[in-house]
Unconditional design. Sequence first.
Length: 243
Amino acid sequence: MKKFLPVLILLLSVILASCSVTQNVGFNTAALSGNSDTGIEATDFFVGVIEDLSSWKANGNNDPVMDVAVSEFAQNVSNSKASSYVSFRKTGENNYKGTFNFSDFEKLVSDLCLNNPDQTLITVSREGDRTRIKLLISLENWDTLTQIVPFLADRNFAVWGPVYNNPPHDYLTESDYKELVAFILGEDGPEAIDSSRITVSLNLPSAVKATNGKTVSENSVEFSFPLIDFLLLHTPIEFWCEF
């Protein structure tokens, strides 16, 4: 039976364009090899926002922005020696499906993080008979994230992201941020943000021993956070699970 873990990097690459992201990685063994099955359903509103904010066309690229983002991620996965049978395809106007196998999850993460040994975005650690997987998004590792997802550093988007919503630049509360979004992007903006949550579901190869998320079953946990928490990042977003 296949066991699943979300592909956290791809989730981050489309987090601003989607209200529905389903990303699963099947672990065949506790050695963290397996396969990935990813589905992306992007809303017209967020795709429009990204196209308005990005400098894609200014750089001479007229391809749909989501096509470019998914294609770039697929290429990055293909470049890893830990991956094989990489296939990403468009299944609808703003819908995508992707699959690939991996021989070493830790090597895959390292490759996607540009072989940075000090990266803290996604870490796997072992102590005794316990394995811990942790996702950490913070201002301290934001630069690593922008290397993986260049769009986040786009000059037209950066002012909407957490770097400019925290000192020394500024400090916008959630209500301040939504008021600004409504003023610039229209009244649909705050509602779209409020309805967007990012959910990470892990089905592990053995029983869950500890987690800061919600235990769903003996070997399944779930962690969910609002999109606004990512946009403001006033406090780090952290999810961990031990099995």
